[in-house]
Design a protein around this ligand. Structure first.
Ligand SMILES: [Zn+2]
Length: 132
């Protein structure tokens, strides 16, 4: 006799589209996207090459400016990665694939989507330990 494995209720049984408020998810994605784009525009000057007038600002200020630029570039990289994820999620929304793992096609737990609306994979495919 095999013990009944109650932990293996099929992920397919999640009524994804019923449980998720797709409109609210889309609004969250669109809002976040606008926020990231605004951030990007607001900090673009910080990422420009440091071309300061050496005579008026001096060496220390120039180093500060370079440090600011490096930080701004690192932030920009993260922002672009997030933007790409959001764009992908919006594409899936329009295609009607939203809420399904891009790797295995199983439904993604609504809790997981609520935590990050741009998430593309189910917890198994993400290989996350413990998080839902
Ligand atoms: Zn998966």
């Amino acid at each position: 006799m095999f013990p009944l494995d109650v932990g293996l209720v099929s992920a397919r049984s999640y009524p994804v589209m019923d449980d998720l408020n797709i409109g609210a998810m889309k609004a969250r994605l669109v809002d976040r996207r606008a926020e990231l784009l605004a951030d990007d525009a607001a900090t673009s000057a910080d990422r420009a090459p440091v071309e300061l007038d050496q005579q008026s600002v001096g060496r220390l200020s120039r180093m500060d400016a370079m440090q600011v630029r490096e930080m701004a570039r690192a932030h920009a990289g993260r922002r672009r990665a997030e933007l790409a994820r959001i764009d992908d999620a919006l594409e899936r929304l329009d295609a009607g694939d939203y809420g399904h793992c891009t790797a295995c096609g199983e439904a993604i737990a609504p809790k997981r989507l609520a935590w990050d609306p741009a998430i593309a994979t189910c917890v198994r495919c993400a290989g996350g330990g413990g998080e839902t």
